[in-house]
Ligand binder design. Structure first.
Ligand code: PHE
Length: 519
């Protein structure tokens, strides 16, 4: 405030050592005062309220002994004050003097006091000769204390330095001018323009803090992949390195036709019940599937065909068009397999795969089939009672391999390789039942921590009742499997309750601290 008021009155400060702090008689010429002034100048400079230049000088400060003298007077002055005036009391003996002012002061002080003719001998003792004295050492030190130097010049300074009463120190002082944002108010600049400032009009007189475009900003915590996504990435990489292509699985909503009928799941199957499947109420029905394929599917269900007796149960069109949340990603696989068989059905589809050597001769026998290896990892929905290990939605890792003459051994072999790549070396298979696969196998893996066999998934060779209506040649075999993503993830991160993995109770810390899996 002193700087701003002085600038306001005189427009410049030519030497900050001349500033007089209110309430003090002497100017703030000392280096301590200049350091305080520099702090104020820097803060005002950052707000463009002042500009200033720095001047380097050599300055002096008092040593501890010098500071003591500045307060109590010089040794010689203390000796002088301890003595009686000549003829006005008993002279003080040197021994008495030492007791009164201390050995050091008595010794050093006597010599100087004699030299100055302040004291003299009387008998064995000492007395004052001068009635008043001028303690120039104290006066000089006080001057240095407040100004950092002596007006009398270098000779006296050198003398005091030699007496180790002062030390040389680099000092600074400043010349100050008004800055572009000069004002006599030191109110902190505003950092925000508020509604209140706009309505009251205070914005007109406020000073605003300037943007600091050089600021580095606070470091932000990086995002982190959820454990399921980490394991998904790991599994996706295993599929990709084994030559699989990823299927599109964006449509959570499917029709009863693609989720069940195309897979030869009977329309009366309990999995299609309301208790197991979430049906969509608005809109409740899908468009009709492609009519010829639809006919082949409904026929194999109702009357059989392709060597099958079918279910011989009445067919419901209503059931087939019901919209639902897919209960497995095998619905997506069915779409992809139907597409894969397009050329076999004689449809004119673009084939981006190159024929190998053999050209024309091969083309003559070409039934349009091309082998495929496909996978997907995405969400499915089941109307489950939720508990520690079950939710109404979870992720399936799904794969299908289509080729001529595949056998169950290929499926088992694939599973062994796939799980081994995840670090699970012990796998076992158990016969199972699926409406769309025959034979079907449940896959079990030995859990090294739980020390028991846990179910990992379900698999099988797709039935002719499913593949042949799609148009696949009779010698084409397709095997498929579905593995849950949650279970291997929970095992990997030793999570026992699924609610800490997904949902509103998810542990964010757990997500951040989970390392990427390296099975
Ligand atoms: N769809 C089956 C399931 O949800 C998994 C599976 C896929 C089984 C493909 C066989 C073939 O469990």
């Amino acid at each position: 405030q002193l700087i701003l008021d002085t600038l306001d009155a005189h427009s410049t400060i030519s030497d900050t050592r001349s500033l007089v702090i209110p309430g003090q008689s002497e100017p703030a010429a000392s280096q301590d005062a200049q350091i305080a002034i520099l702090g104020a100048l820097n803060s005002l400079l950052s707000r463009d309220m002042v500009k200033f230049e720095t001047h380097e000088i050599v300055s002096h400060v008092l040593t501890p002994e010098g500071s003591q003298i500045a307060v109590e007077g010089s040794h010689e002055a203390r000796v002088w004050s301890a003595l009686p005036a000549k003829g006005q009391g008993a002279p003080v003996t040197p021994a008495q003097l030492m007791k009164q002012v201390g050995d050091e002061t008595a010794k050093v002080g006597q010599g100087r006091a004699f030299k100055n003719k302040w004291i003299g001998k009387e008998g064995d003792g000492l007395v004052k000769l001068a009635s008043t004295i001028k303690d120039s050492t104290q006066i000089d030190l006080l001057e240095i204390q407040s100004s950092g130097t002596l007006k009398s010049g270098e000779k006296d300074l050198a003398d005091l330095r030699k007496r180790k009463l002062i030390l040389q120190r680099k000092g600074q002082w400043f010349t100050v001018q008004k800055g572009t944002e000069f004002s006599t108010s030191t109110a902190k600049p505003e950092t925000d323009l508020t509604v209140e400032m706009l309505t009251s009009g205070a914005w007109k007189t406020s000073t605003f803090k300037k943007y600091n475009f050089e600021a580095e900003g606070a470091p932000t915590e990086g995002g982190s992949l959820h454990q399921l996504l980490k394991v998904r990435e790991e599994m996706r990489n295993i599929f990709l390195e084994m030559g699989f292509a990823e299927m599109p699985t964006a449509s959570y909503i499917e029709s009863g036709f693609w989720c069940f009928d195309a897979l030869f799941v009977p329309q009366q199957h309990p999995a299609r019940d309301l208790q197991d499947t979430f049906y969509i109420s608005d809109p409740p029905h899908s468009l009709d599937p492609e009519p010829e394929y639809y006919k082949r599917v409904s026929t194999v269900h109702e009357h059989g065909g392709y060597g099958s007796t079918g279910y011989r149960a009445p067919w419901s069109h209503e059931e087939t068009t019901k919209l639902l949340l897919r209960t497995h990603t095998t619905a997506s696989s069915a779409h992809m397999l139907y597409k894969l068989a397009a050329k076999c059905r004689g449809e004119d589809v673009e084939d981006d795969r190159q024929d190998s050597a053999g050209g024309d001769e091969k083309a003559k026998h070409d039934d349009g089939f091309r082998p495929a290896k496909l996978f997907s990892i995405d969400r499915v929905f089941r109307n489950e009672t939720m508990d520690a290990t079950h939710l109404a939605e979870f992720h399936q890792v799904e794969g299908v391999v289509a080729d001529r003459g595949l056998t169950l051994a290929d499926l088992i072999g694939f599973m062994k390789v796939f799980f081994a790549k995840m670090g699970i070396k012990q796998v076992r298979f158990k016969p199972a039942y699926n409406p769309y696969t025959e034979p079907s196998l449940e896959i079990y893996a030995f859990h090294p921590i739980l020390k028991k066999w846990v179910e990992m998934g379900n698999s099988g060779m797709f039935r002719p009742e499913m593949l042949e209506p799609m148009g696949f040649p009779k010698d084409v075999r397709v095997h498929g499997w579905g593995i849950g993503l949650e279970r291997p993830t929970m095992i990997r991160y030793e999570i026992t309750n699924i609610r800490t993995l997904v949902g509103h109770k998810t542990s964010i810390e757990g997500i951040e601290n989970s390392p990427a899996p390296m099975f």
